[in-house]
Design a binder for this molecule. Structure first.
Ligand code: 8YV
Length: 327
């Protein structure tokens, strides 16, 4: 198998100690190659073993998307790994417990993507209630001319909305929905000091109290399957789910069943259990809005994420500190 890391000209600095895993923003990729002579893990799993045999003991820092991450097996193959610099606010692709046990530091890219992801949640909220994407398809298919007016939809302003995970993104979603005169409820492990929105002690209690549930909780082992059949049933046939967090937070099989059986009013999704796979059953439903994980995907936001990723890397290699460590 070929090694995708290009040979260095003689006299150039040795490759490493930085390892890139997966495709990243062009600014990050270019800088990793030009400034850090970074190694790159082969995409082909069959080529990885030989690559790691040759290079693993030089790697001190991994740079990767938070979705790709460094799992327990790979961590075990990198004996000198000190830090994982994630491109993205989520880092559920990395085994955080194993990293903590090994004293491996981690950074992510918070704040810079909050507005873009909250904008996406608002768009999904409006779209799934008012069915704008479905109405757009109706016009494109020529159905306005043949079938008359589009059916009436659910009202979006002034609704009761539950935010599951009132962190940076959850709060930004709440601010946007406040402009629509929505009544905001939330669930976190604990009430957030100084927040006046109605607190509910469990995801099911929150779902029972609202018309729309917006999922904004971090992915990972603590949140896997949190939105299960019970939570979906608490939302009910007139209720809607919006997910801009991680597909793993929602039991996707239970979601598909609830939607098919009319036990849930609709869903606006940016994230899925096994991306880029989107279950065929979801694609067939008109009361579901499907986005291809574009929450942070604006030119400006991705550039800011790239710059913050590089600031973390430079800082770590200069003096062992991270600008935005995962606490
Ligand atoms: C990106 C994200 O899609 O930040 C996150 O956690 O999911 C998104 O911003 C992703 O990290 C880029 O690979």
């Amino acid at each position: 198998m070929t090694d995708p890391t290009p040979a260095r000209p003689s006299g150039a600095p040795p490759q490493g100690p930085v390892l890139q895993i997966g495709a990243l923003h062009p600014l990050v990729e270019e800088t990793l190659a030009s400034e850090f002579a970074a190694l790159r893990l082969p995409a082909d799993p069959a080529a990885r073993d030989g690559f790691l045999d040759r290079h693993a003991d030089r790697v001190r820092v991994v740079v990767c998307s938070g979705r790709t991450g460094v799992d327990r097996d790979l961590m075990g193959r990198l004996p000198r790994l000190e830090a994982v610099v994630h491109f993205g606010v989520g880092y559920d692709g990395t085994d955080a417990a194993e990293a903590a046990a090994r004293g491996i530091r981690m950074s992510n890219t918070p704040d810079v993507l909050t507005d873009a992801v909250a904008d996406t949640a608002l768009a999904l909220y409006l779209d799934v209630l008012r069915r704008f994407s479905a109405a757009d398809r109706f016009v494109r298919r020529g159905q306005w001319e043949t079938s008359g007016n589009y059916p009436l939809t659910a009202h979006a302003s002034g609704r009761r909305v539950g935010i599951l995970g009132l962190g940076r993104i959850g709060r930004a979603v709440a601010r946007r929905l406040a402009a629509l005169d929505c009544e905001i409820h939330y669930h976190n492990r604990r009430p957030v000091p100084g927040v006046e929105h109605a607190y509910h002690g469990s995801p099911a209690d929150l779902a029972a109290a609202v018309d729309v549930l917006v999922v904004a909780v971090p992915g990972g082992p603590d949140s896997t399957g949190t939105v299960d059949a019970r939570v979906l049933d608490a939302l009910g046939p007139e209720g809607y789910l919006v997910n801009v967090a991680r597909g793993s937070v929602v039991d996707e099989t239970a979601l598909v069943t609830a939607l098919r059986e009319g036990r849930l009013g609709g869903a606006g999704l940016d994230v899925y259990a096994a991306e880029p796979h989107v279950p065929a059953a979801l694609r067939e439903l008109e009361n579901v809005v499907l986005l291809p994980h574009v929450g942070s995907a604006t030119v400006e936001t991705r550039r800011a994420m790239a710059e913050l990723t590089l600031r973390n890397l430079r800082s770590y290699l200069a003096d062992g500190t991270l600008v935005t460590p995962v606490s």
